[in-house]
Design a protein around this ligand. Structure first.
Ligand code: PLP
Length: 387
């Protein structure tokens, strides 16, 4: 009966027992792409982004200014001719072994995904529910809270501290029944870090059974220690990584989760291991080869850091406040001008800047790109100021 909701029966029974209603189960099926029966019921707001204009300077999505690494392109190109097979070699296992080496974790603690958006939404479904909410910072990357709100899961949004860390004490106090704490470090949109000691404190002091999801989409840019070191201390830590940022592979859709095998099993039960188990081979091998490029990772980090220092100094020199950042984005405060109006003004100059957050309506997020694109951004800023 519950299979008609678009998920296998044990997954739907589990969701119903945890307080989701039948309509939610249908929506969850739609999130995971298995819900053909229910997909026509509507899209979540985050799935309905407008098409991007062509010929624009795109500084809105925190993508990398340059494409995949040459070793990754070579590996992806080489395997294309063998893509008549599902898995001609051990491509998925080779990827997991590269992650094991990079992150010093066991084989069963790695699950690959097509990007990190899916495991992020999936964590909300797997570990939160209408009776166990989520707690996030504000501002932060909204996918966890959007997914939760769409499913009727309670969301507590806790403002960042004055120095832009996650306020872990206030987060624990915000919901004693929470099922999931979302920590984004470096945070999107501020690019600021939450120290590992704060995250460790959260893991120690959170409600029993709740999970702490640490989203490290931007960590390669900051070069700081990963929360993966906390995995050995607690079964309740999940670390998410993506190849969409420093690795320049946003369109190839690769990412992974690091967590206790029991959590991986819970996250995979909605579709067996179909999505995690059948990733496109060019993306898999490109990611495997890229993970091994330590020198190039450091070089891209240095280049981004130089361009971040350059562009933020120039924006400050023009009289705007800029928040400190360690990642390929920064928040600029327009000094009383609404960020939405500034975005429109930049659009007229052929530049797509990032969005703003309701809690900070006068601040916009700008992606750090190549030196040439940062110079073009500054020229557009000067035209907007003059206009
Ligand atoms: C903090 C953060 N997490 C996750 C994602 C999802 O990215 P992807 O699905 O490409 O890995 C993004 C995308 O911008 C992000 O900023």
């Amino acid at each position: 009966m519950t299979e008609q909701l678009g998920l296998n029966s044990s997954a739907s029974e589990d969701l119903l027992q945890r307080g989701y209603n039948r309509r939610d189960v249908g929506r969850i099926a739609a999130i995971f792409g298995t819900g053909a029966l229910v997909a026509s019921a509507g899209q979540p707001a985050w799935a309905a982004a407008p098409a991007k204009p062509a010929n624009k300077l795109l500084l809105d999505s925190n993508e990398c200014w340059i494409g995949p690494m040459p070793a990754g392109i070579a590996a992806a190109s080489a395997i294309l001719a063998r893509c008549n097979r599902y898995e001609p070699g051990n491509e998925r296992d080779d990827f997991i072994r590269a992650v094991m080496k990079a992150d010093e974790v066991g084989h069963d603690w790695v699950s690959p995904w097509p990007g990190s958006s899916d495991p992020l939404s999936r964590s909300v479904v797997s570990f939160a529910s209408p009776t166990r909410g989520i707690v996030t910072a504000d501002p932060t990357f909204e996918l966890a809270w959007d997914t939760a709100e769409w499913l009727g899961v309670p969301v507590r949004k806790v403002p960042l501290t004055a120095d832009y860390r996650h306020d872990v004490k206030a987060m624990v106090a915000a919901d004693p029944a929470a099922g999931l704490f979302y920590v984004c470090s470096p945070n999107n949109p501020t690019g600021t870090l939450t120290p590992l000691e704060d995250i460790a404190w959260l893991v120690k002091n959170k409600p029993a059974g709740a999970k702490v999801l640490v989203d490290e989409a931007y960590i390669h840019f900051s070069g700081t220690p990963s929360a993966a070191t906390l995995l050995a201390q607690s079964e309740d830590v999940i670390v998410l990584r993506t190849f969409s940022k420093l690795f320049g592979m946003a369109g190839m859709r690769m990412g992974y989760a690091l967590t206790h095998p029991a959590n991986i099993a819970k996250m995979q039960r909605y579709d067996g291991d179909v999505l995690s188990g059948s990733l496109p081979l060019p993306s898999l091998v490109c990611a495997t080869a890229s993970l091994k490029q330590a020198a190039l990772i450091a070089q891209r980090r240095r280049e981004m850091q130089l361009n971040l220092a350059f562009v933020t100094a120039e924006v400050r020199r023009r009289g705007f406040q800029v928040l400190p950042s360690t990642a390929n984005m920064f928040m600029v405060d327009w000094g009383g001008k609404p960020a939405k109006a500034m975005r429109e003004a930049f659009r007229k100059q052929g530049v797509e800047i990032g969005r703003s957050w309701a809690i900070w309506p006068d601040r916009s997020r700008i992606t750090v790109s190549s030196r040439a694109e940062m110079l073009a951004f500054l020229r557009a800023l000067d035209r907007v100021r003059a206009g």
